[in-house]
Design a protein around this ligand. Sequence first.
Ligand SMILES: *[C@@H]1O[C@H](CO)[C@@H](O)[C@H](O)[C@H]1NC(C)=O
Ligand SMILES: *[C@@H]1O[C@H](CO)[C@@H](O)[C@H](O)[C@H]1NC(C)=O
Ligand SMILES: *[C@@H]1O[C@H](CO)[C@@H](O)[C@H](O)[C@H]1NC(C)=O
Ligand SMILES: *[C@@H]1O[C@H](CO)[C@@H](O)[C@H](O)[C@H]1NC(C)=O
Ligand SMILES: *[C@@H]1O[C@H](CO)[C@@H](O)[C@H](O)[C@H]1NC(C)=O
Ligand SMILES: *[C@@H]1O[C@H](CO)[C@@H](O)[C@H](O)[C@H]1NC(C)=O
Ligand SMILES: *[C@@H]1O[C@H](CO)[C@@H](O)[C@H](O)[C@H]1NC(C)=O
Ligand SMILES: *[C@@H]1O[C@H](CO)[C@@H](O)[C@H](O)[C@H]1NC(C)=O
Ligand SMILES: *[C@@H]1O[C@H](CO)[C@@H](O)[C@H](O)[C@H]1NC(C)=O
Ligand SMILES: *[C@@H]1O[C@H](CO)[C@@H](O)[C@H](O)[C@H]1NC(C)=O
Ligand SMILES: *[C@@H]1O[C@H](CO)[C@@H](O)[C@H](O)[C@H]1NC(C)=O
Ligand SMILES: CC(=O)N[C@H]1CO[C@H](CO)[C@@H](O)[C@@H]1O
Length: 656
Amino acid sequence: MKFFTLTAAACSVVSCVQGSAISGAIKHEALNALVDVELVRRAAPVSPQGYTPSEVDCPSSGVSVRLATALSQNETEWISRRRSATIQPMRDFLSRMNISEFDAGQYIDDNSNNESAIPNIGLAFSGGGWRALLNGAGVLKAFDSRTNNSTAPGHMGGLLQSANYIAGLSGGNWLVGSIYMNNFSTVDALQASPTVWQFDNSIIEGPPTGGIQILDIAQYYAALLSQVDGKRNAGYDASLTDYWGRALSYQLINATDGGPAYTWSSIKLSEAFQNGEQPFPISIAVARPPGEIVINLNSSVYEFNAFEMGTWDPTTYGFFSTEFLGTNLTNGVVNDGARCTVGFDSASFVMGTSSSLFNTLILGLNDSSLNIPDALRQAVSSIVQGITADEDDIADYEPNPFFGWNPTGNSYNHEATSLSLVDGGLDNQNIPLHPLIQPARQLDVIFANDNSADTSTNWPNGSSLVQTYARQFEPIGNGTAFPYVPDTNTFINLGLNNRPTFFGCDASNISSSYSNTPPIIVYLPNAPYLTMSNQPTVTLETNNTYRDAMIANGYEVATMANGTLSGYENWPQCVGCVILSRSFDRTGTTVPQACQQCFQQYCWDGTLNSTTPETYNPPLKLQAVNVQSSAAAPGGLASMSLMGLAIAVSTAALVL
Ligand SMILES: *[C@@H]1O[C@H](CO)[C@@H](O)[C@H](O)[C@H]1NC(C)=O
Ligand SMILES: *[C@@H]1O[C@H](CO)[C@@H](O)[C@H](O)[C@H]1NC(C)=O
Ligand SMILES: *[C@@H]1O[C@H](CO)[C@@H](O)[C@H](O)[C@H]1NC(C)=O
Ligand SMILES: *[C@@H]1O[C@H](CO)[C@@H](O)[C@H](O)[C@H]1NC(C)=O
Ligand SMILES: *[C@@H]1O[C@H](CO)[C@@H](O)[C@H](O)[C@H]1NC(C)=O
Ligand SMILES: *[C@@H]1O[C@H](CO)[C@@H](O)[C@H](O)[C@H]1NC(C)=O
Ligand SMILES: *[C@@H]1O[C@H](CO)[C@@H](O)[C@H](O)[C@H]1NC(C)=O
Ligand SMILES: *[C@@H]1O[C@H](CO)[C@@H](O)[C@H](O)[C@H]1NC(C)=O
Ligand SMILES: *[C@@H]1O[C@H](CO)[C@@H](O)[C@H](O)[C@H]1NC(C)=O
Ligand SMILES: *[C@@H]1O[C@H](CO)[C@@H](O)[C@H](O)[C@H]1NC(C)=O
Ligand SMILES: *[C@@H]1O[C@H](CO)[C@@H](O)[C@H](O)[C@H]1NC(C)=O
Ligand SMILES: CC(=O)N[C@H]1CO[C@H](CO)[C@@H](O)[C@@H]1O
């Protein structure tokens, strides 16, 4: 059955490699040579057979699993380049924050020859479907000095250029993934793009017709099927997550057919990444033990970065090369004479894994209101039939790279031939803090944008922070300290879920016996500034006017209305202060008066009010923007029930 033929017309040297243009396995060396053809490199479509993984000769230096005792050699070398590259942007940024009677530029200059003295910043974007993608995009846009006017007084541009790490989870990782797969593009450019971020067509219906994308809904599904068939026919297990990830990529990756050949590890090939000109992106997923359905605080958190995939948790405590995922390993090494797999780490599969909660949406194509040929509908049904309800939300990583490895330390999955990963938010740690609080990464401050739907009204209530706080006291916490946070009722009663709050200001007051100093968490909860930004998690489509309104709202969340919100005019200088706080401690610098006032105002002071609050319905903070503009595409938000997808999303969706 062949519904769809790849058109090679518009492809570049590298992207022509996808599909059947080059058949069979390609040597790894040849692949690298091919990538080098592009003078200015970016995350790239390097998988030799598109979405289908390929076997190549293993690199002569070998590939193996390593213990998670420290940062990888590659990350260690990379972070040093990144830290040098952030000094000037950080100097400029902190000067613009204009801390009263303090010369931040001079401070950075005085300490610039000692990288461990200067601030180490991370950014974290929570899950929450398209709501998280869009609000998160507004926050990221505000932090990006490339955004027009973002370096004007009251704005926050330059924080992205000063940050070393950026982590995304589920919807938050659609944001991070889309930025990195599209050459570290700006949010402005993605909004302006006619080919991606067009959410007026739902993922069920496929991309708008024309342009670089394919023609109609039937061809869209035929393409998804044939891409995933290719992986299966090559001998790799496929799960619903494969279809889901492919579908997502049509919205997120600016390339023909959603760029089936783009890999997550190709981020490391980008020249700008190699030069340390961008933060280090990390995607999060959670492991589901073999044969179990329960996911809780004791579930292992896995990360995918450009170099490695694995977990810091003592359940497995190991990392393997992201590029060579799919390789058959035993005891952490490649079996004698075996070859290595590349292309398994498809960017779409990684983005799909982090958001696997949504992958049952793909089942929606059984909706009889959609104009899909019966033959296609049947083909899809037969494929999804074999997938049981218990397993429809997993992403299958088979072969499991940790099979047989470290049997004493890895009690958890050394006997499993397959590693099952699920949506990063399913353990209720919906903000991807886990990779950023690891002592090895030595972060000072994390800007944590929370777009969770914790309350019945789809607003956050700090639940994710409460979970991460609790985890440190479990064996799985493994020495990873986290600051004190209050209960979720207190978050609402004190308004901590409605405005930025700092947790962990006092480095000496930590909640566990662990010796490391946790970073300060700058909590940036979703709140309504310009529009009611609490659309349901499973919203499937939205017009561009509303999309842009959500992004504009996120901009205000980050900047507190560009430092104009009454009572919070000092927000920019307080952001400067909180970034410098741990550095002041290390260098023994007297905290400036203005910063002391900031900490008084924004640090949670330990007050509790745990009374059960009324239904949380916050008012708009600013004048509403008009979302009825005629410039927008027709159509409003499609609801789940309209799509006949009620079966699709488990109750867990309500909290993400
Ligand atoms: C910096 O703050 C001072 C007041 O402390 C103000 O007079 C000055 O205009 C500010 N500069 C900028 C660039 O915002
Ligand atoms: C670098 O800074 C750290 C922290 O401030 C300090 O402990 C260390 O002594 C400094 N190293 C040098 C060479 O100045
Ligand atoms: C940013 O400013 C430039 C120069 O003024 C302009 O050409 C461009 O259209 C602006 N972009 C946006 C998204 O406003
Ligand atoms: C940037 O500022 C200029 C001058 O205030 C204004 O005309 C323009 O619309 C602003 N651009 C954006 C994208 O906000
Ligand atoms: C990626 O972006 C950089 C910086 O904007 C640009 O110089 C380069 O040409 C872009 N590369 C590709 C392959 O689009
Ligand atoms: C999308 O790709 C087109 C064609 O390569 C390019 O011109 C455009 O700048 C890209 N847009 C984004 C947002 O990356
Ligand atoms: C680490 O860097 C070396 C040298 O660039 C490279 O050969 C190797 O593949 C990298 N390892 C990973 C896991 O990316
Ligand atoms: C992986 O290697 C083991 C040991 O050589 C072998 O038994 C198994 O069949 C291999 N699995 C795959 C998927 O090739
Ligand atoms: C904040 O800045 C953004 C981007 O320049 C602008 O669109 C928005 O209207 C500003 N908000 C306020 C409240 O001034
Ligand atoms: C605690 O919060 C409730 C709102 O849920 C409020 O009515 C009450 O006054 C608060 N108590 C104190 C002591 O502030
Ligand atoms: C865009 O979507 C919003 C939210 O559903 C809706 O209120 C608005 O009417 C829509 N605008 C247009 C022009 O369709
Ligand atoms: C700080 C700490 O307790 N680290 C431990 C984390 O888990 C690994 C594997 O069990 C131990 O080796 C570390 O000592």
